[in-house]
Design a protein around this ligand. Structure first.
Ligand code: ATP
Ligand code: MG
Length: 397
């Protein structure tokens, strides 16, 4: 057993000692079979949330309505989820009501794909009711039970299939794939936030091209924000070099570049991403477009920051240009100032020097001084700045 699992065993043994069942389940068991790094160990149990809380001293209700309690043990924190069924699906969405059950089998049945429906005991014995191990060996994504019914219950599972195809470099089993093609339109019922999580994972996966090809083939893109009728642009995006994309911002930037999005803010808002993400992408796309035609100039660098410079250079690399991050960052560091506060004069000093009251002239003058210092036209010292200010204001008068 991997270390992450052995660490969790004392916690599970406490549950078992209290007369309940406890198993490793979900993605961690799958990743264990794939010899892939394990992020979070999920534990499922026959104990109800209140029973779990009675067993452990320190617990937090992280998702008690879904049956999940976080146990704070000496070895670490573990999410323990009560076996449950999700019987009351309405309108093709994941139900907000769940029923707790005592049977592992019931719990495994409601899971999405056979590879995700494995359970493992503390002894390392695998419970494989749906041939999940074989599907992992075949590198195949297979719905648990009838795929059509499963996508009717929760249409997000279709996007999950595509993201696992990209993430794990697996194929989608033929009946499961057919059902996605047939019911892709049900994605319209799913919240953008849930789709976005799977979409980003697809974009960051090891075989992005595979995930995207399936996304196009199944027509799921028709039901995603801003992607309707965009098969051609998505195909262009698919043909980018196959390197893994290192972060979410870069993924979005490459996508909106290839889609030729004009209004970044409006387009990205459809995906309900954070304002920070929208800001970075707005600045990033503008800088990328300039940078594809030209060298970094002092004023461009000044209006960027190391993260943005990295983003733009990484994007260039995907677009077949050199990644000049190191050269760009050393130019950035050599800039005489990095923000207006670093100017050796400020509004106060300027007003005192000129004996003028505040007004629009003040900001305008400061910004002109800032521009000239950044461009290396004048030095950043008070004498030079004030004489330049006199000159600027004299011209105006
Ligand atoms: P990752 O490694 O990306 O976390 P994961 O398989 O752990 O992958 P999660 O979204 O963390 O994916 O979900 C944990 C488990 O819960 C899954 O393995 C699956 O068994 C089950 N699951 C998650 N979402 C669904 C869903 N929409 N329908 C059915 N089962 C689901
Ligand atoms: Mg997980």
């Amino acid at each position: 057993l991997p270390q992450e699992f052995t660490d969790a065993i004392p916690v599970m043994e406490k549950i078992i000692a209290a007369g309940f069942e406890a198993y490793f389940v979900g993605g961690s068991v799958r990743d264990c079979f794939l010899n892939q790094p394990i992020h979070d160990v999920d534990i499922a149990t026959s104990a109800y949330p209140e029973e779990i809380k009675a067993i452990f001293k320190k617990t937090i209700d992280v998702g008690i309505e879904h049956g999940t309690v976080l146990v704070l043990a000496d070895q670490g924190e573990y999410e323990i989820t009560t076996f449950r069924t999700e019987s009351t699906y309405q309108d093709f969405r994941r139900p907000d009501q769940v029923t707790f059950v005592r049977s592992l089998e019931e719990d495994l049945k409601r899971r999405d794909f056979t590879m995700n429906a494995l359970a493992m005991t503390t002894e390392g014995e695998v419970i494989d009711l749906f041939d999940g191990v074989q599907s992992i060996k075949n590198h195949e994504i297979v719905a648990v039970g009838n795929p059509q019914e499963r996508f009717f219950e929760d249409a997000l599972r279709m996007m999950r299939a595509l993201r696992f195809a990209s993430q794990l470099d697996f194929d989608i089993e033929v009946k499961t794939l057919q059902a996605i093609k047939k019911h892709a339109h049900l994605l319209e019922k799913i919240s953008v936030e849930r789709i976005e999580i799977e979409w980003v994972k697809l974009l960051l996966g090891q075989n992005r091209a595979k995930g995207l090809a399936l996304f196009i083939e199944t027509a799921c893109y028709e039901y995603c924000p801003g992607l309707k009728h965009q098969a051609q642009a998505l195909n262009r995006f698919l043909k980018l070099p196959s390197n893994k994309i290192s972060n979410e911002t870069l993924a979005w930037l490459l996508l909106i570049y290839k889609l030729e999005v004009n209004n970044v803010s409006k387009w990205m808002k459809q995906w309900k991403v954070s304002n920070k993400m929208i800001q970075d992408l707005t600045a990033g796309l503008a800088l990328l477009k300039i940078r594809l035609e030209d060298e970094w100039r002092s004023n461009m660098l000044y209006h960027a920051n190391p993260n943005l410079i990295q983003l733009v250079e990484d994007a260039r690399e995907f677009l077949g240009k050199d990644n000049d991050y190191l050269a760009a960052i050393s130019l950035y560091e050599e800039l005489p100032i990095h923000k207006i506060q670093e100017l050796e004069v400020n509004g106060q000093v300027l007003m005192q020097h000129t004996q003028k009251k505040g007004g629009p002239w003040l900001g305008e003058t400061l910004h002109e001084l800032e521009r000239q210092v950044v461009n290396g036209d004048i030095q950043n010292n008070q004498v030079d700045l004030l004489s330049k200010a006199d000159e600027l204001l004299g011209e105006e008068a």
